[in-house]
Write a protein that binds this ligand. Structure first.
Ligand SMILES: *Cc1c(COP(=O)(O)O)cnc(C)c1O
Length: 232
């Protein structure tokens, strides 16, 4: 049986080729897209394996689970991203353990981060599919302009946005959800006169489309590590 590292390396290589092809189809530079390895539910050895294969960005969706593994891992060159819903009471631990908070979905979370005098990199999560079960700010330009304006006033480094594509496997719906986020980003950069370079879009089942529509970071779990055994 192939070792974990060999398996992960093979999966990263093939995902990377798909990203390259998608980027070229869209006239983009393949190196403008990073792969985030999503290691939720997996033991810390999976993080080590991804790092061994050259991955830098690691995503965990639960603050306590991620924090535990970050501690187990010790010193590393990994950049940790909190990609799950962030509750107010978790902010303190999140800013201690993670360099990026990628799913900020409420004003009160922005205020709580600022109140703690921390400046992690921040992405705002936007619910581009309109699905009721998804968190995130509505895709409303005026509202998002206010939120980002407020965060910048509080001197928080807002770097862009995250969205989760629709549950549907309809590629027209998937594409329009990603295209919407990119167009919101483009408008807000213009209106606010700031750079919002990161678009965290695309997971195992829809990352190629997301890259065609401007993703700068795809979040891959199953594509790199296989099916998850536990609950998300
Ligand atoms: C689990 C998770 C992913 C990775 O999902 P896969 O379908 O396994 O690639 C990406 N983003 C978020 C927010 C997640 O919770």
């Amino acid at each position: 049986m192939a070792s974990l590292i060999e398996r992960v390396r093979e999966n990263i290589d093939s995902a990377r080729s798909q990203i390259t092809e998608a980027a070229i189809r869209a006239g983009r530079q393949p190196e403008d897209v990073s792969i985030m390895a999503v290691t939720k539910t997996h033991p810390v050895e999976y993080i080590s394996a991804a790092l061994e294969c050259g991955i830098i960005h690691i995503g965990e969706n639960r603050i306590s689970e991620g924090g535990r593994k970050i501690k187990q891992l010790g010193e590393s060159r990994a950049t940790f991203h909190a990609i799950g819903v962030l509750h107010r009471k978790e902010v303190r631990q999140a800013i201690r353990d993670f360099q990026w908070l990628d799913a900020v979905h409420k004003t009160e979370i922005i205020e709580e981060i600022a109140r703690r005098n921390a400046s992690p990199n921040i992405l705002l999560e936007v619910n581009t599919s309109g699905e009721a079960a998804k968190k995130g700010f509505p895709p409303d330009i005026d509202l998002l302009e206010n939120e980002i304006g407020r965060a910048l006033e509080l001197e928080l480094p807002v770097k862009g946005f995250l969205t989760i594509g629709p549950l549907s496997s309809d590629s027209v719906k998937q594409r329009s959800s990603f295209a919407l986020l990119r167009s919101i980003r483009d408008s807000l950069e213009c209106r606010l006169g700031v750079s919002l370079p990161e678009l965290s879009m695309g997971m195992s089942d829809d990352f190629a489309l997301a890259v065609e529509e401007g993703s700068t970071m795809v979040r891959l779990g199953r594509r790199l590590f296989g099916e998850r055994m536990g609950l998300v």
